[in-house]
Write a protein that binds this ligand. Structure first.
Ligand SMILES: *Cc1c(COP(=O)(O)O)cnc(C)c1O
Length: 383
């Protein structure tokens, strides 16, 4: 085999359906800014899938989270509870408003925020709980919602991993007052860069549209509700171009194909690595019975950082690109500066950050590529 045949990348941004045709069509209409025909189409597909009451496409998940933070009207010193084991944007969006991210540890089984530790982190300054459905496995949303209700605070889902996943039969993204999606090219459904804010509280829709549209009431003007549009609130430019929405529409239409492939690879890893993992003290992902996972990430927990380094080098020698993440936010320079840990600390986040490996997983990955990864891994012996 030639070296290129041997190579298995970590991610390959896929085109599975009518992306090219839709982008061409969007260009030919001449509407290339936001809120055109494909924005409507992608929004409807997303609403159908997530059961969200209202969908606003945005330029990224990071921007959808910033929009959520603006909608909360946070004041400096307000606190937002979230996991430490997540991507920086989860915290950054709220820190930008002067709020303090309060980091709670994750569960050792799902790596999701540990719902049993949340209530101890609530203070009179707490305004919201942000959850991340890690790897597309749902957090304990009923328990978390009960805690939020007891304290009169909002739940926000960073649902970057969770599209097409469900918890107790309900789609991820439909639990929080607000949920943020990512369509970055590493996510299940993508348009290069993009995102969406799902809004499950109708009172927030009008303000959300204004914030997304540079703080203006331009949308009301187009609907002829006002005779001129003006600067009416804080806001920014978070609207996705219709060209990207066209690409996104094609991806959303291809979702069944995307999910079937991702689940096939996920299952091939899970079954193919069961014996090897048991023999080598390696932990495979846990999916609780009440969760339908999204097939976003397949990860392994190796015994320690030294073994992980040797493991990644072993795969790299065979042309296989695996990676690791997250550097826990409570130990990150900006996390220490802008946030703080909940009283119990985040020891599990610190430990799994040293152990975790993400295997290649993308929407056009072949069975042969998955088999090659499994073969390379089962060749590795933890000494
Ligand atoms: C990818 C990701 C983001 C950021 O998404 P963008 O669309 O690139 O802004 C935020 N949170 C989590 C958990 C992510 O995985």
């Amino acid at each position: 085999m030639t070296p290129t045949e041997l190579h298995v990348p970590f991610n390959r941004a896929g085109m599975l359906g009518r992306e090219m045709a839709y982008v061409t069509e969007a260009m030919s209409t001449g509407v290339m800014d936001g809120d055109g025909q494909f924005t409507r189409q992608a929004g409807e597909l997303l609403a159908g899938l997530t059961k969200a009451q209202h969908v606003l496409l945005t330029t990224s998940c990071t921007h959808a989270l910033e929009l959520a933070a603006l909608l909360l009207d946070l004041n400096p010193g307000d606190e937002v509870i979230m996991p430490s084991f997540t991507f920086p944007s989860t915290a950054n969006a709220f820190a930008l408003r002067g709020a303090v991210p309060v980091f709670v540890d994750c569960r050792a089984d799902t790596l999701n925020i540990d719902e049993r530790l949340i209530e101890a982190a609530v203070t009179e300054r707490t305004r919201a709980i942000v959850v991340v459905h890690y790897a597309g496995v749902g957090c304990a949303m009923e328990e978390i919602q009960r805690i939020a209700d007891r304290h009169g605070i909002s739940v926000i889902e960073d649902n970057a991993h969770g599209l097409a996943g469900a918890y107790r039969g309900r789609p991820l993204g439909s639990f929080g007052a607000l949920a943020a999606q990512s369509f970055h090219s590493t996510k299940n459904v993508h348009c290069g860069e993009g995102g969406a804010l799902l809004i499950n509280n109708p009172d927030l829709v009008e303000r959300a549209e204004m914030i997304r549209d540079k703080g203006t009431n331009r949308n009301e003007y187009f609907r002829r509700k006002v005779d001129k549009y003006r600067w009416v609130s804080l806001g920014s430019s978070y609207l996705l171009s219709d060209l990207l929405a066209a690409f996104l529409s094609a991806q959303l239409e291809a979702l069944p194909t995307i999910q079937a492939r991702r689940h096939a690879v996920w299952n091939a890893y899970h079954e193919g690595l069961a014996v090897w993992a048991g023999d080598n003290g390696v932990v495979r992902p846990t999916v609780p019975a009440d969760c339908l996972h999204s097939g976003h990430i397949y990860y392994l927990l190796l015994p320690d950082q030294t073994v992980r380094k040797a493991f990644l080098e072993h795969l790299a020698r065979q042309g296989i690109k695996a990676t690791f993440h997250y550097q826990p936010l409570h130990q990150a320079p900006a996390g220490e500066r802008f946030g703080r840990c909940a009283p119990e600390g985040c020891p599990i986040s610190t430990r799994v950050a040293d152990q975790l490996v993400r295997l290649p997983l993308y929407s056009n990955m072949t069975d042969a590529e998955a088999a090659r990864v499994v073969a390379a891994i089962t060749d590795f012996v933890v000494s």
